[in-house]
Structures are given as structure tokens and as C-alpha cells.
Design a protein. Structure first.
Length: 332
């Protein structure tokens, strides 16, 4: 197990190597990519595993609130588009699990950490999708926030993570446009449809702002992640960039941001906003959100019911290796 190997290295003093750490930091500062076979501090490896695994888990759990609407989408076109999007999210999870595996941890261990409640995923996916407009809001707001957070990760100092993010960001951009188009259709529809779009915006706005994580003064990981160039912007910087980009989009839709303190600051060029309810954020992160337990039940159920698929895949791979070995012996 990765954790056992890591503890062994730390016990031996491998984590404290000032000369190597200095060379490593110089490499990062020079914008060179760190690759799996390169030496890296154990803390850098742990930070990446935590962040990449949380990202992967979020993609997989994020399939649930949208998958709930595939059969109830209002048209065949909408069904096909949503099905394709959910499939993309599953693929993103696989890319990210593969990137995490290059750091010496198995996919099985990552999944076990999620199912055991030891690993986190994005708090946003613990909110329910009550109407079709929620699917539009998720695409527009949730995926829009994800893009704002993930585009800088294409320049992450760790090579496998950065390369995985290039394709993920391209697909997320499509998802964001898809969600905005749903909201535009509703906003230009009947008064009832526009009201549905406004209701979805009202419910998703503040949880989406929480997606960027705690404020900089309360963030435990930002400073070191910035120094190692895993992150390029702080939580508050990304949150502000998202608000500045999204408020004009809401105005174009004819929808109102549910923040009475929202105001444009001409001096700074930024939209100033009200206080986020960090108590709610902490409750959801702690497992007490509207759908935390439902999401974990669904993931555990899917994992248990998919055991036969994993067993069949392993058996097939074993037989294939045996056939290849037999063919090689025969050829010799």
C-alpha cells in the first residue's frame, strides 16, 4: 500500500533532504514539469494525491445529480446531450485516477478511501437537482466554476495532472455552454420557465461560490500549493474571477443574482459581493448536507453491484496474458 511505503520512507528520514528539496524547488521555479520518476518531497506527493483524488471523486460523484435527469429530460436531444455529458464526467474521473496512480497509490485504495468516508469530494454535489433548470444551472455555474479552477491546472507543475487537465477543460467548456443554453432557453420561454430558471440560480449561486474552498485566510493548503505551482491562483482570486465573468451572463439572461449586496466597483473593475455562509460550507463538508448520505449510498451500491464486472475484467486480462505467453513460447 502507498501509505505504508510512505510511512517507511519518512521513518527512514527520506523526507528530509535539503539538497534535493532545493533542486526540486529550483526545477518548479523554472517552470519545468515534475514527472513520476523524478524525485519529489513526500509532502508534494501527498498534496497531489489528496488534490487529484478529491478531483477524481468529484467527477464520479458528480454524475449522480445529473444522471437523475437523463430519463426525464424534456426532449430526445436533451437526453442525448445529458447522457454524453455524464459519460464525459465518468471519463474525467478515470483520467484523474490514472494520474493519481503515477504517484504510487492504487485506484482500489483511492476508491476505498472514498467509500469509507476518508476522502472528500466537491461539496456542491451534495445538493439536490429539483427541476430541469437545475441541470442548466449545474452546467452554467458548477462547470463554469470548475473551468475557472481547472484551466490554471493545465500549467500544474506535475506533468500527468497537467496533461489530463487539457482534455478535461476542453470538455468542461462544452458542458458550460450546454448548461448556459438550457438557461437561455428557459429564460426566453414562458413566465413559468423563466421563474424556474431564476429559482435554480437562487439555490445554486451560494453553494457554487463555496466550490472554490475556504477564504484565503482560512485555507490550510493554498500557500504550499502555490509555492509548488500546483495552484496558480488563491481561492479568493478564483472566486472573484468567476463572479466577474458570471454576473454579466446572468444579466444577459435577464436573471437576478441572489445577493442584495452585489455591486460593481468601478475603481477596481470587480463585482463586490456579500458574505458567504461558511457555517453551511462546513456542515456540508462534514457530511451533513442535503444529499451527503444519499450520494454515498449510491456510490457504495454501484461499487457492490459492479463487483462482477471488475472480476470479469480481471479474469479476461489474465486469460489474455496467458494466451500471449503461450503464443510467445510457441513462436520461440
Amino acid at each position: 500500500m502507498y501509505t505504508q511505503a510512505l510511512n517507511t520512507r519518512e521513518a527512514a528520514g527520506a523526507a528530509a533532504d535539503p539538497e534535493r528539496e532545493a533542486r526540486f524547488q529550483a526545477c518548479v521555479d523554472a517552470e519545468s514539469r515534475i514527472e513520476p520518476n523524478d524525485w519529489m518531497p513526500d509532502a508534494y506527493r501527498r498534496t497531489l494525491i489528496r488534490q487529484i483524488s478529491q478531483h477524481a471523486h468529484s467527477e464520479i460523484v458528480g454524475m449522480l445529480p445529473e444522471g437523475n435527469w437523463i430519463t426525464r429530460a424534456p426532449s430526445l436531444k436533451r437526453k442525448v446531450a445529458l447522457l454524453a455529458k455524464v459519460q464525459d464526467e465518468g471519463g474525467h474521473g478515470l483520467y484523474l485516477y490514472a494520474a493519481a496512480e503515477t504517484l504510487g497509490i492504487s485506484r482500489e485504495e483511492l476508491v476505498e478511501q472514498l467509500l469509507a468516508g476518508k476522502a472528500k469530494y466537491a461539496s456542491i454535489f451534495n445538493y439536490p437537482t429539483l427541476t430541469w433548470a437545475d441541470i442548466g444551472a449545474i452546467g452554467w455555474l458548477v462547470d463554469g466554476a470548475a473551468i475557472m479552477n481547472q484551466i490554471p491546472l493545465c500549467r500544474c507543475s506535475y506533468g500527468p495532472y497537467a496533461r489530463a487537465m487539457i482534455r478535461i477543460c476542453k470538455e468542461e467548456s462544452f458542458h458550460q455552454r450546454q448548461g448556459y443554453e438550457i438557461m437561455l432557453t428557459l429564460a426566453r420561454g414562458t413566465p413559468e420557465q423563466k421563474a424556474m430558471a431564476q429559482d435554480a440560480l437562487d439555490r445554486w449561486w451560494w453553494p457554487v461560490l463555496m466550490m472554490f474552498g475556504p477564504s484565503d485566510q482560512d485555507s490550510q493548503h493554498t500557500d504550499v500549493s502555490m509555492r509548488w505551482k500546483i495552484k496558480r491562483f488563491t481561492n479568493d482570486e478564483l472566486r472573484q474571477k468567476f463572479i466577474d465573468a458570471t454576473v454579466p451572463q446572468a444579466h444577459y439572461l435577464g436573471l437576478s443574482i441572489p445577493d442584495p449586496r452585489l455591486a460593481f466597483d468601478a475603481a477596481s473593475g470587480h463585482w463586490r459581493f456579500g458574505e458567504i455562509d461558511w457555517d453551511e460550507f462546513k456542515r456540508v463538508i462534514a457530511g451533513n448536507g442535503p444529499c451527503n448520505r444519499e450520494r454515498m449510498r449510491a456510490r457504495r451500491k454501484a461499487h457492490d453491484e459492479g463487483a462482477w464486472v471488475r472480476e470479469a475484467a480481471l479474469a479476461y486480462a489474465q486469460k489474455r496474458r496467458q494466451r500471449q505467453a503461450a503464443m510467445q513460447v510457441a513462436a520461440e
